[in-house]
Ligand binder design. Structure first.
Ligand SMILES: C[S@@+](CC[C@H](N)C(=O)[O-])C[C@H]1O[C@@H](n2cnc3c(N)ncnc32)[C@H](O)[C@@H]1O
Length: 287
């Protein structure tokens, strides 16, 4: 088949899913498979495409029509201007999370922190910690995740981005720092997390696409607040005095997370909004 016919048939199939922009996605998928950009497709619409690529194209289009995430099909996503590998088993980083990253980068720059120490709980693909490390290289950063798949992907992204000051380790929350031989207690200037925060009820109504993402990255316990409580509680013992704890939050969780932080003795708690004026990030200071 030639490029034009592949696009026409691809659009026809993708149209059946109303969450998809059919032409845009058909072009993205075909350009990726042919390793060309969109303008090439337009300029060479009568070019014959190899049968193997045609088969792969329709396989991807059909999966996509069923709601399988485009980012998993392409194997990568752009976040904070960088390319991150993603695959099944790891959360696809969302543009909203860039707000948390921007805040931390601004904080480090404004305070002129050098040799800062940062801990991220739940690194996933590494989008947060690696973007911060790229913009603020004069620090020492540690990221943990309970998922081996997430850590493998994060390590791959770390290598691709040429980062050397980020350590990635497997840990159930702060477990890796419990050993008495470890000297990390009260050692971090910044602790950051975008933890799983979807409550039980919301989990039942998840969009088709989110269903393909790992439950361990999404489910935040019955009330969606389990991780905020656990991390706020324990972060107190790992933050330096004056250090900050910053969370991404679900849209309706601002006041609840603020209350959790107040109860654990944090001060100067603020809620940051996204571009649509919705609560997105909560920041708190340890005395
Ligand atoms: C919402 S995802 C965030 C991923 C990534 N930081 C991002 O923003 O794209 C939450 C991450 O927390 C990890 N996680 C879940 N439970 C954990 C635990 N008990 N200890 C450490 N990490 C955990 C998940 O595997 C997942 O990668």
């Amino acid at each position: 088949m030639v490029i034009k016919d592949l696009l026409v048939e691809g659009v026809d199939l993708l149209k059946q899913n109303s969450n998809i922009n059919p032409l845009f996605e058909a072009q993205v998928i075909l350009s990726k498979l042919l390793n060309v950009d969109k303008s090439f497709l337009i300029a060479h619409e009568d070019l014959e495409v190899k049968k193997t690529i045609e088969d792969e194209y329709f396989k991807i289009i059909k999966n996509r029509k069923e709601g399988y995430p485009l980012q998993y099909l392409l194997g990568e996503v752009e976040f904070y201007g960088y390319k991150f590998k993603v695959r099944e088993g790891v959360l696809i980083p969302r543009p909203d999370t860039e707000i948390l990253v921007s805040f931390i980068i601004e904080y480090i720059n404004q305070k002129k922190l050098t040799n800062y120490r940062l801990l991220e709980i739940g690194v996933g693909s590494g989008a947060i910690i690696l973007s911060i490390a790229k913009s603020c290289p004069k620090g020492s950063l540690v990221g943990v995740d309970i998922s081996e798949t997430a850590l493998d992907v994060a390590k791959e992204n770390k290598k691709n981005l040429g980062i050397s000051n980020v350590e990635l380790i497997k840990s159930d929350l702060f477990e890796a720092f419990h050993s008495s031989t470890n000297d990390t207690t009260e050692n971090f200037d910044i602790i950051v997390s975008n933890p799983p925060y979807i409550d039980r009820e919301e989990m039942l109504n998840l969009q088709r696409e989110v269903k393909y993402e790992p439950q361990i990255a999404l489910f935040g316990g019955d009330d969606g607040l389990f991780y905020y409580k656990a991390i706020s509680d324990e972060a107190r013992y790992h933050l330096k005095n004056g250090g900050i704890l910053a969370f991404e939050i679900g849209l309706k969780q601002g006041e609840k997370v603020k209350e959790i932080l107040l109860n654990f003795g944090y001060r100067d708690i603020s809620i940051l909004k996204d571009f649509e004026q919705r609560d997105r990030v909560v920041v708190a200071y340890k005395d």
